[in-house]
Design a protein around this ligand. Structure first.
Ligand SMILES: Nc1nc2c(c(=O)[nH]1)N[C@H]1C(S)=C(S)[C@@H](COP(=O)(O)O)O[C@H]1N2
Ligand SMILES: [Mo]
Length: 320
């Protein structure tokens, strides 16, 4: 028999949904068809774990970059079974819904204030990119964390490929909108599509990583296949999954979460243990699969690499 251990941070996680919306959530989910999903979960979840059908499987693994290594990565079984991915569905067991996320064909559109607007098929991007493995920390705003060996390439390489105009000040990323790929998109709780944005300086920092794989294999759907961001110094929601469009823009993009709750999920969202979320402390975190909570670090441990990006921006809400 399965006994589900309720963790401390499942309370704030629930609170992270707007109150009024939460009250109606069960009804909305039922209307969206999630009530029925429970029936088919067994075989579907088994399928969802598999990435061996992925056409890029033979490319992996790639060499780990020793400049980005960390001890004790989170067990793959933990990191692939506890995932926020609202386009797939609610809750953390989104691996159960991931079979719907077909990642071929998949193209990434690059547009906006650039000299070289283009559409790239994911397999062409994989062929042209210099892929490497980097082990990064990930800190969710809900206070759980992980250490994950990603495969990918610096976002800067994609920025260079687009040749942005000097009028481009921000990079805006968009997730997918096709409900056939993720039934979570039927939910009326969110202002779709999933959207995120960062400054040009952040996008061209060496830490900003476009991810195509994890644990030496192509990304499983629930982790954001076939292409997601990893911005390890920011709260996890900034690391958008399953990217379909990258736009170079003059105005600061408003993310899905900022549209919903601007006082709780701002543009910058840099990790800082000293700045509490409106409804909970950010001082400590619970590593996935870990036994105890540990202190959270400023910029999630990456201050040396990124603190300079925020000089002169002290009047901004840099940490929420
Ligand atoms: N498109 C999309 N990207 C997303 C999310 C999402 O729901 N949709 N969730 C975010 C949140 S809140 C977190 S913490 C991380 C989790 O990444 P992981 O599941 O690979 O650990 O993905 C982020 N990227
Ligand atoms: Mo998160």
């Amino acid at each position: 028999m399965l006994i589900r251990r309720r963790k401390g941070w499942e309370i704030p996680e629930r609170d992270a949904t707007p109150e009024t919306v939460w009250l109606n959530r069960r009804a909305l989910l039922a209307a969206a068809g999630f009530a029925g999903l429970g029936l088919g979960l067994g075989p579907q979840s088994a399928r969802a774990q598999r990435v061996d059908g992925d056409p890029s499987m033979a490319l992996y693994p790639f060499k780990r970059n020793p400049a980005f290594d960390l001890p004790a990565p989170t067990a793959e079984s933990e990191a692939t079974r506890y995932n926020n991915f609202i386009e797939l569905g609610p809750g953390k067991s989104t691996h159960r819904y991931a079979a719907s996320l077909k990642v071929r064909p998949w193209t990434i559109k690059i547009d906006g204030l650039v000299e070289a607007p283009q559409e790239i098929a994911i397999d062409d991007l994989l062929k042209s990119a210099a892929l490497e493995e980097r082990v990064y920390r990930l800190r969710c705003v809900e206070t759980w964390s992980a250490v994950i060996p990603w495969t990918g390439f610096p976002l800067k390489a994609l920025v260079d490929r687009a040749r942005p105009l000097s009028s481009a000040k921000y990079v805006r990323f968009e997730g997918f909108s096709d409900v056939k790929l993720g039934a979570g998109l039927r939910s009326r709780l969110y202002p779709w599509p999933y959207l995120e944005g960062i400054t040009m300086a952040e996008a061209t920092n060496d830490l900003a990583f476009l991810v195509t794989g994890a644990y030496g294999k192509p990304l499983p759907g629930q982790m954001g296949a076939p292409l997601r961001l990893a911005l390890p110094w920011k709260y996890g929601f900034k690391s958008i999954k399953s990217i379909t469009k990258v736009s170079f823009v003059a105005d600061r993009p408003k993310s899905l979460w900022e549209q919903l709750q601007p006082d709780e999920y701002g543009f910058w969202a840099n990790v800082n243990p000293a700045v509490a979320h409106v409804r909970w402390s950010q001082a400590r975190e619970e590593p996935l699969g870990g036994l105890t909570r540990v202190p959270t670090k400023l910029f999630n441990g990456y201050a040396e690499q990124v603190a300079h990006l925020y000089k002169g921006l002290e009047n901004e809400k840099l940490y929420t």
